[in-house]
Design a binder for this molecule. Sequence first.
Ligand code: NAP
Length: 248
Amino acid sequence: MPGPVVVTGGSRGIGAATARLLAQRGHAICLSFVHDAEAADEVVTACAAAGIEAIAVRADVSVEADVVELFRTADAELGPIAGLVNNAGVVDRQARLEEITTARLERMFAVNVTGAFLCAREAVRRLSTRHGGGGGAIVNVSSRAAVLGAPGEYVDYAAAKAAVDAMTVGLSKEVADEGIRVNAVRPGLIATEIHAQGGEPGRVHRLAPTLPMKRPGRVEEVAAAIAWLLSDEASYVTGSFIDVGGGR
Ligand code: NAP
């Protein structure tokens, strides 16, 4: 039986699709959410329907005490974890750099960067053979924006995801001989509610014709790449990136 996995931001979008797929593959799931308890409960119910133990924990990844409690709850209710999907992330209203405030920057980096680091830290403390763990895998959910830069929309978000990419490379080497693989997916334009946060719910439809594949991606298409990186099929893959961007 594959071990329990913590999926941050597992209540909606890519995280929810990943939690459902991992549950189908036999992983117990501990998902985190902040606002949408109803959506989180739906994912838990779907996992339970597949005969899999799943719990939802309200935990803001940018708050250290919440992250510590998230992993403590996973330990207590599901047993030793085998993996982390570092998925929780936010954008902000589309804006040019000269309009970006300090408050916005602080939130952007607190959730997307500090949150990813804190969760990776808690996972390494449990998985690393150096700490008596049995090894495992971490998958960071970055973005094609880290490479493309998101000009005119959210350069700050792109920079935050570039930090996640750098962490993926560095951490993968740091823990490679401690039984932990660290990889990332870089989704492109995926149809989720995150685009409404940027102030343009229809963003995927506006941009779809500009993509080589001429369509947005589906959450299941990202979840499949995440699940593969987490699985033993990727046993010799670490410090790697899978772009799930329809060619862009
Ligand atoms: P989404 O539909 O907006 O879902 C975001 C999820 O993250 C929700 O479950 C939300 O929970 C949770 N979340 C938000 N802030 C959080 C926080 N501070 N602490 C813990 N959980 C938090 O977003 P998505 O499109 O699935 O995005 C998932 C990841 O993929 C993000 O890292 C995003 O940057 C990345 N990504 C998305 C796209 C895309 O086109 N959709 C492209 C590239 C990368 P609540 O509902 O409870 O707040």
